[in-house]
Design a protein around this ligand. Structure first.
Ligand SMILES: [Zn+2]
Length: 225
């Protein structure tokens, strides 16, 4: 679990700015887990409703109560077409029937229902799944939705970073000449001595996971170089 994970979420699928990842895509010990589970970092859901939000514009595909065997509980699948590519997003364990019915248009950020624990769920959370190459509900490949949530990937195929560019997941070090964070404060020596994981890349800067700080891309090099 990553502390302050929510700070780096670009696209919210629950109505809080404090998403907490409780179980990732194919997490250790859960090879069949084809999505990511989120709840609220402050467990606010115990005191107030948390809404489930559509990730992108699309059309409701299947919506309702899944079979007991499926474990989905109340769920909704939304199909998305973008840049000639087809996607499906899935939202499970809603407290009650989803707001949209199959065939209805859904807009990004629309409320789909209330976060709950129906189906195969031990606590209130959202299971969010994302399929690529999904031309119908039963086709496509479940992929890790986190890069989409962080903005590292976008539906419709955002341009891939050029070869050699720093990418999410890279292990990097700061160069000796690195002087300031992207926010302007000077970088202390002990920070320069560390090794970091790139969590997000945006324009000319990268977010380093271990210190949750943005630095300029020109000031980092991949480990081993
Ligand atoms: Zn799940």
């Amino acid at each position: 679990m990553i502390t302050d994970y929510y700070k780096n979420i670009a696209n919210h699928v629950i109505s809080t700015r404090r998403e907490r990842l409780t179980s990732g895509f194919r997490a250790a010990g859960r090879p069949d887990h084809t999505g990511a589970d989120f709840t609220d970092a402050d467990r606010l859901e115990l005191r107030q409703d948390i809404y489930i939000l559509a990730f992108a514009d699309g059309v409701a595909d299947r919506a309702g109560l899944g079979s007991a065997a499926s474990g989905l509980g109340y769920y909704i699948d939304i199909r998305h077409e973008s840049g000639g590519a087809s996607y499906l997003t899935r939202y499970c364990h809603l407290r009650g029937a989803p707001v949209f019915k199959a065939g209805q248009a859904v807009g990004r950020g629309d409320v789909l229902g209330i976060m709950g624990k129906t189906g195969n769920s031990t606590g209130i959370h959202l299971h969010f799944g994302l399929k690529e190459d999904s031309v119908s509900w039963d086709t496509g490949v479940w992929v890790d939705p986190e890069p989409y949530l962080f903005g590292a990937k976008a539906m419709g195929g955002a341009a891939l970073p050029p070869a050699g560019a720093i990418a999410v997941g890279d292990s990097v070090r700061l160069t000796p000449s690195a002087a300031v964070y992207a926010t302007g404060q000077s970088i202390p020596a002990w920070v320069k001595a560390g090794t970091y994981t790139v969590m997000q890349v945006k324009a000319d800067r990268v977010l380093l996971k271990e210190i949750i700080s943005w630095v300029f891309e020109r000031d980092v090099t991949r480990n081993g170089k």
